[in-house]
Design a protein. Structure first.
Length: 190
């Protein structure tokens, strides 16, 4: 993946957001009036995708501007295949679509197993992510993945034999969902 972003040129107010809604929440907690700043955003799905032929996890590598802004050096992250729940259809079908769009594998939604759900970004949005597991093989790959429209996603294979070391190698910026997904796999599959 070529890093097309080298600097952040401006940070300003967000007018007419498409995917999030910044808000102020006035509330009372233990009898005291308080204010919280939050962002209303979509719930999401993520998929632990295991390629049996490669004995490897299929993950995505992509530029995340908020991460670039936070660490000022590198915004590239390693993540499970994932996507927002913004369609009126079962989450497992959204997971299937995300695997095809981001990773290029056409898997049967009946073979996708729901693992659990948890809350992410709890201090700012509190969205719920549903974690799935699916297996694929090389014959299921129908395109190179890469995402849609303005996404710039690179498909990466992390060999299972190297995954535990990768989980704790801090030179790779990764999400907690990826680490949790790998742990689940080692506890339940291998």
């Amino acid at each position: 993946m070529v890093n097309k972003f080298t600097t952040i040129e401006n940070i300003g107010k967000l007018d007419n957001p498409k995917f999030i809604k910044p808000m102020k929440i006035d509330y009372t907690y233990k009898g005291e009036k308080k204010v919280w700043e939050a962002v209303l955003s979509h719930d999401s799905v993520s998929i632990i995708l295991y390629n049996k032929d490669k004995d490897a996890f299929v993950v995505v590598k992509q530029m995340r501007i908020p991460v670039l802004n936070a660490n000022k050096t590198n915004g590239v992250t390693y993540e499970l295949c994932a996507g927002i729940v913004d369609k009126d259809k079962p989450k497992v079908e959204i997971a299937k679509e995300e695997v095809l769009e981001e990773c290029g594998y056409d898997i049967d939604s009946r073979s996708i197993k729901e693992i659990t759900s948890f809350y992410t970004s709890v201090g700012i949005s509190g969205t719920r992510q549903t974690l799935y597991y699916a297996e694929c093989d090389d014959n299921m790959q129908v395109n190179n993945g890469g995402g849609l429209h303005d996404e710039d996603i690179e498909v990466i294979y992390i060999p299972v034999s190297e995954a535990k070391e990768f989980m704790f190698d801090q030179k790779y910026q990764k999400t907690p969902g990826l680490i949790m997904g790998f742990y689940w796999f080692f506890d339940n599959i291998k």
